[in-house]
Ligand binder design. Structure first.
Ligand SMILES: [Zn+2]
Ligand SMILES: [Zn+2]
Ligand SMILES: [Zn+2]
Length: 395
């Protein structure tokens, strides 16, 4: 007799029912077999039984938690000189400067070259790369900052989003943070980056297309908040479902305005999607003072839980997805307002502070695959304390 399916032990592909409701995808979506990330139309294979296998793979060195408060060799510490000879001024809270080694350069761009073949095309891209230092202390990261310090970071994100997003020719502002050497971050001093582009990059453009598709299609009735002009919003619906429908155990933490979930379609073992669930919010520019404080509170809670999971400074890449650029006032709306503000946290750690998940083989050649289920990951994170392990007195 066939075994009864148990998602915590049997391999499966994740089916995002949201995708099933997308009219545009009905023709290729079958309820039983199609797993789908509705933001990207990608699938993930879940193989929870593989957690039982012994680990013979690569082990990363544990990250050094004992950093000095000030490092004379760090170009982000107050008053120090950067590699290009420019000085990082003495600052009290946050500090922002243009990246000395920017990946894109401000417009105007040169003329597009003549393509040698229709398969070989080139288009010039322009933009800006800014660095935002979160705090003068070399040894503090977001989980160890006070809420008011995190609120200052949010205010800086809003300012740079509005400033860069109003520049001539800029079509997208991408705010992100790489934390930890494992994610390729060259300096432990707490900082993030803001890259602005004269085009909308691949991933946000892909998500935006799916959000627009969803807003134009017909869905079962729902109490979820709605997007602009009363249209359905994929992420309002998803957040509402995770918060309100019984039996969803992917919520890691929730406060008055925000919810952090290990999403149904998560690829990274401890991936988190953070989003506002009470109303449709297109961008950080639209946040009320209360929503900003609530945002700082949940950022603190998520990152503390991350650090406490393996008692290490937890590495991740974090990015903010929202309206590509702001309008001049939060009261105005246009088609881009179907964007629903959200943050992705993609951490590479798998089963301890030293074992990293690699994107290789099957992920590069076939499909995303994960071992621990999103529900198991959410439970592990829920069980972590919200008091940082380094702030627990050693008695
Ligand atoms: Zn430093
Ligand atoms: Zn929404
Ligand atoms: Zn996104």
């Amino acid at each position: 007799m066939a075994e009864i399916f148990d998602p915590s032990t049997h391999p499966h592909r994740r089916c995002a029912c949201l995708a099933f409701f997308l009219n545009t995808h009905n023709q290729k979506c079958s309820f039983d077999f199609f797993a789908d990330n509705p933001l990207t139309n990608e699938h993930v294979i879940v193989s929870p039984h593989r957690n039982k296998r012994p680990w013979l793979g690569q082990v990363e060195p544990p990250q050094n938690d004992k950093l000095p408060q000030y490092d004379p060799a760090c170009y982000l510490c107050p008053g120090n000189t950067r590699a290009g000879g420019k000085k990082t001024e003495v600052y009290e809270h946050t500090y922002i400067f243009e990246n000395d080694y920017a990946a894109v350069l401000p417009p105007p761009m040169p003329e597009a070259p003549i393509n040698p073949h229709h398969l070989l095309t080139t288009k010039p891209i322009g933009g800006d790369c800014d660095v935002l230092i979160f705090h003068p202390r070399h040894d503090l990261t977001i989980p160890r900052l006070l809420i008011e310090d995190i609120e200052r970071i949010i205010e800086e994100w809003i300012k740079i989003y509005v400033r860069r997003g109003s520049e001539e020719g800029i079509k997208h502002v991408q705010i992100f943070e790489n934390k930890g050497a494992m994610m390729g971050c060259s300096n432990p001093h707490p900082h993030g980056q803001i890259w602005s582009f004269t085009n909308v990059p691949t991933l946000p453009a892909h998500e935006m297309a799916n959000l627009i598709d969803y807003s134009h299609s017909v869905h079962p009735p729902s109490d979820a908040p709605r997007g602009p002009h009363g249209k359905p919003c994929l992420l309002c619906e998803y957040a509402h479902t995770e918060v309100n429908i019984g039996g969803t155990d992917r919520v890691v933490v929730k406060n008055g305005h925000w919810v952090a979930v290990v999403p149904w379609w998560a690829y990274w073992p401890f991936e988190i999607l953070l989003l506002p669930y009470r109303r449709h919010i297109p961008s950080i520019f639209h946040l009320t003072p209360e929503e900003k404080t609530s945002f700082a509170d949940i950022l603190s809670k998520i990152t503390k839980r991350y650090d406490n999971l393996f008692s290490c400074s937890f590495a991740y890449s974090m990015g903010i997805h929202q309206r590509p650029i702001p309008l001049s006032s939060p009261e105005e709306t246009d088609e881009d307002d179907v964007a629903h503000l959200h943050l992705h946290f993609s951490p590479p750690l798998l089963r301890s502070a030293t074992v990293k998940k690699f994107m290789a083989g099957i992920e590069l050649m076939a499909e995303s695959q994960r071992d621990i289920t999103p529900e198991q990951a959410a439970q592990r994170l829920r069980e972590c304390s919200e008091i940082h392990y380094m702030d627990v007195s050693e008695e």
